[in-house]
Design a protein around this ligand. Structure first.
Ligand SMILES: [Zn+2]
Ligand SMILES: [Zn+2]
Ligand SMILES: [Zn+2]
Length: 330
């Protein structure tokens, strides 16, 4: 079964890819499919003996360019569509034990360039309405391969969280005449209490109403709808700040902090998003202490209403105090 079904109660589309149950789960390092190919008789997903950054289609895709017809017909209140789109894997390095924290900033910058190139290429496809760049880091967040990598999904419509944010941004423009994230960035820079780090083009801050204890957002000072609107020095600044935040995460409790990284940028349908979308990255770790996780339970899952045990100002102070010279590969 490979298809998309629309839930008529919420209006959200959900993807079904039942073949994914057979995917590789935490193989030993010597059989890692994201490592370079060193033995021609045992090729991995990457056919070269070494590489900087590699991108390829996920071998267990949930969205594809040429999907099979749905397994059943819709009807009545139910809509079903082929699972059209793309799912790609971005491998950050050929070193199995590297991470976003230990990679040199120049390599992170190369990853930023790859994200921008794939955003342009996938977004140019007629059937793609939204290009979503993300990374799942650590077994806590369901990672099945430890090799440093992220993913890119190209969806045929704007996914629910991005859609909700864009609707709020549109309402803010109608009410105040300004971009909400431009206003947030200006207020965070002037108040400073929730800042984690900043440089000439980006800030990293714990959101005023964060969902997770150590949630951090990274946003451009300037109003930039997508990665394609960043100049070279801004791409360098993004790479450097992302690296710094992940290093601060790893210094926080003294181990590589598992997180989900999500990038929100302009949809690639034919809507008018230039003034509404403001590029940002959201990092959401699940830890609330070194050995306690925040679970999504009744209020979060059943009501969508997050409860957070850590004041964002306190979380930001802890992250500012966290050493960035931690050895996160340990
Ligand atoms: Zn590997
Ligand atoms: Zn803005
Ligand atoms: Zn967002």
């Amino acid at each position: 079964v490979t298809e998309r079904r629309r839930d008529p109660v919420t209006g959200e589309w959900r993807t079904f890819a039942t073949h994914r149950q057979g995917r590789t789960f935490l193989p030993p390092a010597e059989r890692c499919p994201l490592c370079p190919t060193t033995d021609a008789d045992a090729p991995t997903e990457v056919p070269w003996p070494s590489f900087d950054v590699a991108v390829f289609e996920n071998r267990f895709p949930s969205l594809v360019a040429d999907p099979p017809p749905p397994s059943l017909a819709g009807g009545g209140v139910y809509d079903v569509e082929p699972a059209v789109g793309a799912t790609e894997v971005v491998v950050y390095a050929d070193d199995h034990h590297a991470s976003m924290a230990t990679l040199p900033v120049e390599r992170v910058r190369l990853v930023v360039d790859v994200w921008a190139d794939r955003y342009a290429a996938l977004g140019a496809r007629d059937e793609v309405a939204y290009v979503f760049v993300f990374e799942n880091r650590g077994e806590t967040v369901g990672v099945t391969l430890h090799h440093p990598h992220g993913q890119i999904y190209a969806y045929p419509e704007i996914p629910p969280l991005a859609d909700r944010e864009l609707a709020a941004a549109r309402a803010h423009i109608e009410a105040h005449g300004t971009c909400v994230l431009c206003d947030v960035v200006a207020q965070e820079r002037s108040e400073g209490v929730r800042l984690v780090a900043s440089n000439e083009a980006f800030i990293a801050y714990v959101p005023f109403a964060a969902r997770f204890p150590y949630e951090v957002h990274i946003a451009a000072h300037r109003h930039v709808p997508s990665l394609l609107d960043l100049g070279d020095p801004e791409r360098d600044a993004l790479a450097s700040l992302l690296s710094e935040v992940v290093n601060r995460y790893d210094g926080l409790f003294g181990f590589p902090l598992p997180y989900v990284m999500s990038m929100h940028q302009a949809p690639t349908d034919d809507g008018e998003w230039q003034s509404i979308s403001h590029l940002h990255i959201e990092l959401t770790p699940f830890h609330r202490t070194a050995d306690k996780l925040k679970y999504l339970a009744g209020s979060e899952l059943g009501a969508g209403a997050f409860l957070n045990d850590v004041a964002p100002e306190q979380a930001a102070a802890s992250l500012r105090a966290s050493s960035t010279s931690s050895t996160s590969s340990a």
